[in-house]
Every structure is written in C-alpha cells, then in structure tokens.
Design a protein around this ligand. Structure first.
Ligand code: S3P
Length: 456
C-alpha cells in the first residue's frame, strides 16, 4: 500500500552499483492507462485493455469508474498476463457515485475525472492524499465552470471538492493558460456530452493521448495549427456514440527514464528497455540525454495501439552539460528530477528553465530536487522557474538522505543517483513508488542494483 500520513515512512538506501546489465520491460504508460479506463467507461460495450499500469494511481481511477457505473474487471490470460475489461455506460450514462471518489496521490486521475463528471448532471465528491490535497485544481474548475459545472470546496479549489455537472453542458472555446494536457483533457471530456463543438487552444503542444483515444473510439476531432509556436487548436464534436476499441498500453517513457539514467551513470552498464512509447510529446528526455552524449540507440521503431513504440539500448556514457530548450518542457515535464541526476554526473552545467509547472506536481519538484542534490554534494542554482546543476564529471559524493515529500519520482530519481554515486543515497520514504512503478525495485535488482532498508 502507498504511504499515507497514518502509515510509517519506509526509508530505502541505494548502494553504489556494479555495472547494470540485461533486458527489461517497464510497466504500461500511466497517462494512457488512466485514459483507457475513462474512455472504456464512456463507450457503449466492452473495452479490452492489455498492458495497463497496475499502480495505485491507475487502480484509483479504475475504482472511480466502477463507482460511476462502469463494470471493470481483471483477468489473467493463458500467458499469465493481466487483461482488463471495461463495460461502459456511454456518453451521458454515468450514475452519481454513492461514496466519494478517492484519487490517492493522482493528479491526472482527479483532474480528468472532474472533466468527465462535469459533463453529466450528477454530483461527486473528489478526495485525495495529503499531496493531492495541496495541488491546484482551479486550472480545471475554471473552464469546467464556464461549461456549467458548480463546485464546493473547503479550501478554495483544493480537494476535498464536490462537483455538480450542469443539466446541459455548454460547449466552450478555451485557451489553456498553462501548458497542461490534464486541463485540455478535462475540457474535452466534459465537451463530449455538450451539444456542438468544444474547442481547446494550446499555445504550446502537450501530450496528445486524449485526442488519439477520442479518434480511436470514433469521436470527430479536428486538429489545426494555432499561432507561430507550434500551438494547436483541437475541435471536438460533442455527443458522439463512442465505440469500444481494444487498447494495448505501451511502456511508460517516464518510468523507463529511471533505468535509462541509471545505466548511463553506472560505469560498464548496458541495458535494453523494450516497448516504450516515443510519442514526440513524451520523448523530450531522450532527445536531451542524447544531446548530452548519452549512448542511447533507438531500435525496432514500430506503431502499437496507435502510439509510436521502440526499444532502447543504453550504455554508460560520459555526459556533458547542456542548455535544455524551455519549449521542450511539456514533452519531459515529469523527467526533470531524473535529468537533474544525469546532469549531476555530467561535465559542465546543465541549465533547465521554463519549468515552473514542476513546482505544482506531486511535490514542489524544483525545491525537492535541489535539496536532494545539495545533500549529496552537488551544487545547484534554483530560480522561480528553473534550476542549473553543476555537473561533477562522473564523481558524485552521495552519502545524503533525501526527503521525498510523498513524491514517487523524487524517490526513484535519488535511488538512481545512489547507484552511480561514491557513497550510498537514502530516500526517507520509498512507499509512493507504488503509485507509478510498483516493480521498480525488483526490475532494478534484476539489472544488478542493490537496495537496503524497510521500504522494499
Ligand atoms: C499528464 C500530464 C502532465 C504530467 C502528468 C500526466 C497526463 O501533467 O505531469 O504526470 O496524463 O495528462 P500536466 O498536463 O498538468 O502538465
């Protein structure tokens, strides 16, 4: 079970490692997993999902879909692989849940399902853990209020929050004030049950899994360029009948980031990560690591389930610092903590700007990353919307204990650091890793990593 305030934190230490070697498959993509359950719920009939991420975040969305009227089951096929089935209720067919919808640590689940519920004339209460209850929801409630939903919250627009959808949802045209696929998806999900066209304008493009899935389920979505920064205008025709479509969830590039950086910074390593999506809106970290001199070979590029997929061969490398273009941020926003670890091992400075959004993730990830680096002998200069890491040319001291602030990616990033550092690195609580990458420790151990402590 994931850590909650009542649970005792489970510290874990990563020991300096021998070379990491072998093949691995990381779990299914978290963004696509949430969406597959949500779209399955909105389709009429049975959606079959393979490769679903069975992390706490996604399991919370599965439970929410059940409470909203879908039948969601898990079976194991003849090869021992889990297969999920969702019998949907159709657009407009959700029922009011009898109990609160508990999203645990998951911002994506909470925000997307707010959009889903806002498009229905029902009331639902959204709750989450201490981290989720601190995160801003106004970015979603503002457009959803324009579409007719009403909200009650104890503290501004934070969880716990009760949402009532409008009797007749209004289609709107909404320009995103922050580059957020979650906000885009919430508006589009509400727009599914609005008559006419709902338009979302994104000045800079963000991950497009919602648009891909809308099309795969038979909705009419028109996407046209907007402005001169690569922006897009997404026009969705409301009130479609969505038809189930089998979903194969590809491996998560945000989870693969941890073994990939671990292999780059641990001398003598060579690993192959199989079957991750390299959707261009998700692949920014890999572009950046290759620019830093990372030996990453992209192999077997193919398309699976409507997403570009590839295998990666990664060998340990002497990295050099780079300036990461700020416009790349949306395609790697969750990967900056582990990029900062790669940067600590590089020669020269790595400059990361335009990443203010990192401050409102599962923790303030700029502050948490900078503090963790300093505790392990790495100098970092922090600004409001970025950080610059002074690389240690392969020799990171380690020896520190890092506060993870209930953030899975901070925990995994610093455990990776410990594998390549001179001395072990401890994280104060490894329990939240189960939200996105439940098999992180056994998979890393199979590559040769050593961990010690109660958080195993
Ligand atoms: C996600 C979008 C991103 C990302 C999150 C998952 C999604 O958030 O950080 O982990 O699945 O839509 P924002 O869209 O708020 O940037």
């Amino acid at each position: 079970m994931a850590h909650s305030p009542e649970n005792t934190p489970r510290p874990l230490t990563a020991e300096p490692s021998r070379a990491l070697t072998g093949h691995l498959r990381v779990p299914g993509d978290k963004s696509i997993s949430h969406r597959s359950l949500i779209f399955g719920t909105l389709a009429v009939g049975e959606t079959v999902i393979t490769g679903l991420l069975e992390g706490d975040d996604v399991l919370a969305t599965a439970e929410a879909m059940r409470r909203l009227g879908a039948t969601v089951t898990r079976e194991v096929d003849s090869h021992g692989k889990p297969v999920w089935h969702v019998w949907g209720v159709g657009v407009g067919g959700l029922k009011a849940p009898e109990e609160a919808l508990d999203f645990g640590n998951a911002g994506t689940g909470a925000r997307l399902v707010m959009g889903l519920v806002a498009g229905h004339p029902i009331t639902a209460t959204f709750i989450g853990d201490a981290s989720l209850s601190k995160r801003p929801m106004g970015r979603v409630t503002t457009p959803l209020a324009l579409m007719g939903a009403t909200f009650q919250a104890r503290e501004g627009t934070r969880l716990p929050l009760t949402l009532t959808g409008a009797p007749r949802t209004l289609p709107i045209t909404y320009e995103l004030p922050v580059a957020s696929a979650q906000v885009k998806s919430a508006v589009l999900l509400a727009g599914l049950n609005a008559p006419g066209i709902t338009t979302v304008i994104e000045p800079v493009p963000t991950r497009d899994h919602t648009e891909r899935m809308l099309k795969a389920f038979g909705a009419t979505v028109e996407i046209v360029p907007h402005g001169n920064k690569g922006g897009l205008e997404i026009r969705l025709t409301g009130e479609p009948e969505l038809t189930p479509c089998p979903i194969i969830v590809p491996g998560d590039p945000s989870s693969a980031a941890f073994p990939v950086v671990a292999a780059l910074i641990t001398p003598g390593s060579e690993i192959i990560v199989e079957g991750i999506t390299l959707n261009p809106h998700r692949a920014g970290l890999y572009t950046t690591l290759i620019e830093m001199g990372g030996d990453i070979e992209v192999m077997n590029q193919r398309e699976e389930g409507g997403e570009p997929v590839a295998d990666l061969r990664v060998r340990s490398s002497a990295l050099k610092g780079v300036i990461v273009p700020p416009e790349r941020a949306p395609s790697m926003i969750d990967e900056y903590p582990v990029l900062a670890i790669a940067a600590a091992f590089a020669t020269g400075d790595t400059v990361m700007n335009g990443i203010h959004e990192m401050r409102v993730k599962e923790s303030d990830r700029i502050a948490a990353t900078a503090a963790g680096l300093r505790h392990n002998g790495v100098k970092v200069h922090e600004t409001d919307d970025g950080m610059t890491v002074e690389g240690r040319a392969g020799h990171v001291d380690g020896g520190g204990t890092v506060t993870t602030h209930m953030d899975h990616r901070i925990a995994m990033a610093f455990l990776v650091m410990g594998l390549g550092a001179q001395k072990p690195v401890t994280v104060d609580d490894a329990a939240m890793i189960a939200t996105s990458f439940p098999d992180f420790l056994p998979l890393m151990r199979r590559l040769g990593a050593t961990f010690a402590g109660s958080g195993q």
